[in-house]
Each structure stands twice: as structure tokens, then as C-alpha cells.
Design a protein around this ligand. Structure first.
Ligand code: G2I
Length: 469
């Protein structure tokens, strides 16, 4: 099934009804849906959660395909729709790899975002050697032929990519600019509009996520193209560094939306200096969450696309030496803290899908000298919750035990196993259940629970008192 602009709007309309019904029944107090996949949650709120797809992994790696299809409702070709891939020799088009992605997307009910028609990088040599009218004709022919081929399959295109340089907002001094002059941008959009009037036409770039000279220049170009009805959206790549979501990002996207444009986060990743610590992975989760929230805060944000699936798939280590781990999944296809944070930001249930079995974050030092000692360990934190493991160790033989502690902040137990008692308030008084009360000296037993912490604070580790029954 094709996911066009029109269909997405219909999806949004459907969601309003469902959400209203749910509220009427009093089903939701925290407005979190029970969705446990990114795409389930994103579908509920009518936006795209996309991913850049690597063609050779798509062909050869079943686990990769399953992960993409399970978690994302939109795809972008990481490389195979670029000009050097689509038209390696003049007039000879190779659509097969792109078709493979389009077929995969249609089989899995995903939309396809087109990347990209006019870019200074990954262009074939033959086109770089043209100029003047010959270059213009080649550009227009590439746009027309490519968009016609995927008309109805690709709902939006990065018509031009990275056309502003990093030097004070000047146009990038590319072979396109040198060969045609600055009108080439408008000519590209005119060709694109004519080729597929139903596709959304975007500009796209990096380092324009906040308000700065480069995004200011895009704002000017956008005003001109909007006045000519040639532009529908602005793509913000958001290749970010840990802890550096620009403070002006929401304001920046909003000013483009206020021009009547859609906005989209098109290539999100958050790179970390390696090796990444647990604390850095938590910071990364917050960064991802913030970016997704910026999109959900803006009515005309069409979605968020992450630039790759697993950390090992990313372009980052090849280009930024010493940096890595920028994505939502690790190389065992397991979700990272950032995944849970994105799921929550989309309104889904960010709870852990695979609590880690090792590498605990924090452990309380056990008090000594009493009949029993107890510890709490944060096993798997996410932004507004965490899973804890508890242990009770008998220092003498016991026929039962009680552990108590007080949460310092908004933490509250939502569900627990292998304990019972007064669990849900700020002060917890929990006792053994039937099977784990009798312990001989030196023996240990375990229990566990999940908490919610609506204020997003760090999961704390309170001091636990253990008392024999
Ligand atoms: O550079 C990151 C992204 C910046 N915005 C535009 C995106 O299109 C760009 O994507 C990256 C791909 O993720 C990389 O996979 O673009 C790179 C090229 O500029 C891609 O890298 C290239 C490698 O450098 C080549 O060695 C390789 O042959 O991918 C090629 C095809 O696999």
C-alpha cells in the first residue's frame, strides 16, 4: 500500500477519533499508549518514524530487515537513490537498487522518502564535467526521469541537498553553482514540481538545526521558493554531537513551519566519543528524546528519520575518528536507552524490552551487622522509568524478611515481583512472598520491580533497611 501525503493525513484524522474515545473511557491518565514499537506509536500520532536503509544489508541480512520492518514506518535510501547510483553513465539509469527498497517498503506498509536529486557529493564524474546549458539539461533530465520512475511510490524528495556552505551562509561553491549560477536551485525545483506535482519537495542540510547564519540563508531561499509555490518542506539532518541539541532548534524549525512548510528531521544521529559510558548513553537518550519532542511539538513536522539502524551500520566512525554509537540499536539488534526514550517521546510505552543482564548502573552499598542486608540495583533505566533488581542476603537463618526505603523524588513502583506489601507510595515496605522468606545464613534471594518517574530525573538508589520477620 502506498503511503502518500494524503494517506498520512487520513491516518491523523483517524487517530483523533481513537484518542478521544480512549479519553472518554478514562483509559489514559498519562497519555501514553500501549504501543511497544516505534512505528506503532508514531502511527498513533500520525507522523513518520523513518530510517536510512543500507542496500546490501537489506539484501543479505534477515535480522536487519525484520528490525526495520518492525520499528519504522518510513525509509530513506542511505545511498542508492543518489545520482552516482541512479545514473552512473549519462542517459543510463539504474533503478534496480532503489526499486528493491520501494518494494520492501510497500510490502511492509512504509512510506519512502527520496534522497537525493541534486547534491555535490556522490555525483557521477560525467556530470561534474559539464557546465552551462548542458549541465542544466542533465540536471533537469535526471530530476524528471528519476521522479517519473518513482511517481506515486515516493511521497517526498530532497530535491537539493547541502547547497549552502559552511562559510557564513554563502551558497556552496559546488560544480552545480559554478556550472549554472545560483538560479540552478530554482530550476531544480521547477523541474521537480513538473515531474511529480504530488510529491513534497524539500531542501535538506546539516548544521542548520539551530538558528545560525547557514539556517538564515536557507530561510531566505525558502521564502523565495515558497512565493513561487516550489517548496513544500525543509529537512534538518541533525547529525548531532552528544549533549549538543541546539537550544534554538524548536524555534528554528517553527520559523520554517510558519512559512507554510512541512519540517522534518531527516538524518538524526547523536555521536559519542568512544568508548561510550552508560552515563553517555543516558545523555544520548535525552538528546534523541528532545529532538523527537521538538518534532511532535510542531504541527507541521512530518517525521523523524534516523540515519541508520544499528551503531555498527553508521557512517559516523568512518568520518569522525574516535566517535561512534550514534543510533538506536546496538550491534546485537538490541534497543539502547535512546530507543526507549524515542518510544516514549512518540507516546508509546518506553518500558524495557530487554533488560540487561549485566553491567548494572548503580548499586547501594549493603549495610553490615544486621540480621539481613538488602541492595537495590538500577538495571535498565529509561527517561521516565526504570527496572530495578533487589537482593536480600541473610546474615542469620531467617523465616521471613521486610525491606523498607523511601523514594527521594517522583519515583513510584508500578509493578513488582517476588515481594508484597505497601509498595506504591513514597515509602515502600515490602516483605517476602511465600517461596523466598526462608533463608539459611549466607543465602540470598532476589526480587524486582519497575518504577515510573514522571519528572524524568535520574533513577535514584535509596538506602534499604532489611529486618528479619
Ligand atoms: O555523510 C552523512 C550524510 C550527510 N547528509 C547526506 C547523506 O547522504 C550522507 O550520507 C552518507 C552515507 O551515510 C554514507 O554511506 O553519505 C556518504 C557519502 O557522502 C556515504 O558514504 C559512502 C562512502 O563514503 C563510500 O566509501 C561508499 O562507497 O557510501 C558509499 C556507498 O556505500
Amino acid at each position: 500500500m502506498l503511503l502518500t501525503r494524503q494517506r498520512r493525513r487520513a491516518v491523523i484524522a483517524g487517530v483523533v477519533t481513537v484518542a478521544t474515545a480512549a479519553l472518554g473511557l478514562g483509559l489514559s491518565t498519562q497519555f501514553a499508549s500501549a504501543q511497544t514499537t516505534l512505528r506503532g506509536a508514531a502511527d498513533d500520532i500520525g507522523i513518520d518514524i523513518g530510517v536510512a536503509v543500507n542496500d546490501s544489508l537489506l539484501q543479505n541480512n534477515q535480522a536487519y530487515r525484520e528490525l526495520v520492518a518492525r520499528e519504522f514506518n518510513s525509509v530513506t535510501a542511505e545511498n542508492v537513490m543518489k545520482m552516482e547510483s541512479v545514473q552512473p553513465s549519462q542517459g543510463q539509469f539504474n533503478f534496480a537498487p532503489g526499486d528493491r527498497l520501494v518494494n520492501f517498503a510497500q510490502q511492509n506498509d512504509m512510506s519512502v522518502y527520496g534522497h537525493t536529486l541534486v547534491w555535490h557529493s556522490q555525483s557521477p564524474d560525467w556530470v561534474e564535467n559539464l557546465s552551462g546549458t548542458a549541465l542544466r539539461q542533465a540536471m533537469e533530465n535526471h530530476i524528471t526521469t528519476t521522479m517519473n520512475h518513482w511517481e506515486g511510490d515516493i511521497f517526498a524528495w530532497d530535491v537539493v541537498n547541502e547547497v549552502v556552505g559552511d562559510n557564513n551562509g554563502q551558497l556552496r561553491d559546488s560544480f552545480w553553482l559554478q556550472g549554472m549560477g545560483e538560479n540552478y536551485i530554482r530550476w531544480a525545483f521547477e523541474a521537480a514540481r513538473a515531474a511529480d506535482p504530488n510529491a513534497d519537495l524539500y531542501m535538506n542540510d546539516y548544521s542548520i538545526d539551530g538558528v545560525n547564519a547557514k539556517s538564515d540563508r536557507y530561510y531566505q531561499i525558502a521564502q523565495d521558493l515558497v512565493a513561487r509555490d516550489l517548496l513544500d518542506g525543509m529537512g534538518f539532518q541533525a547529525h548531532l554531537i552528544l549533549g549538543q541539541v541546539p537550544g534554538t532548534m524548536e524555534q528554528n524549525l517553527q520559523r520554517f513551519a510558519d512559512l507554510g512548510l512541512k519540517v522534518r528531521i531527516t538524518e538524526l544521529d547523536v555521536r559519542i566519543q568512544m568508548p561510550a559510558s552508560q552515563q553517555e548513553l543516558e545523555q544520548q537518550a535525552q538528546d534523541f528524546q528532545r529532538v523527537v519532542e521538538i518534532c511532535t511539538n510542531i504541527a507541521d513536522c512530518s517525521g523523524v528519520t534516523v540515519w541508520g539502524v544499528r551503531d555498527g551500520d553508521s557512517w559516523v566512525p568512518d568520518v569522525f575518528e574516535g566517535y561512534g554509537a550514534p543510533l538506536l540499536f546496538n550491534d546485537n539488534n538490541q534497543p539502547k536507552p535512546a530507543y526507549h526514550a524515542v518510544l516514549e517521546a512518540l507516546g508509546g510505552d518506553g518500558g524495557p524490552t530487554t533488560p540487561p543482564t549485566s553491567d548494572p548502573v548503580t548499586t547501594t552499598p549493603p549495610p553490615t551487622g544486621s540480621g539481613c542486608t538488602a541492595t537495590l540495583t538500577v538495571q535498565s533505566p529509561w527517561n521516565t522509568g526504570a527496572t530495578y533488581a533487589g537482593t536480600v542476603k541473610a546474615n542469620q537463618s531467617l523465616s521471613g524478611w521486610t525491606v523498607t526505603w523511601t523514594w527521594p523524588g517522583s519515583e513510584r513502583i508500578s509493578n513488582a515481583w517476588s515481594i508484597q506489601g505497601t509498595l506504591s507510595g513514597a515509602t515502600v515496605t515490602a516483605s517476602n512472598v511465600g517461596y523466598n522468606g526462608t533463608l539459611s545464613a549466607g543465602q540470598s534471594t532476589s526480587f524486582g520491580f519497575n518504577i515510573t518517574k514522571p519528572d524524568g530525573s535520574t533513577a535514584s538508589v535509596p538506602t534499604v533497611t532489611c529486618t528479619p520477620a
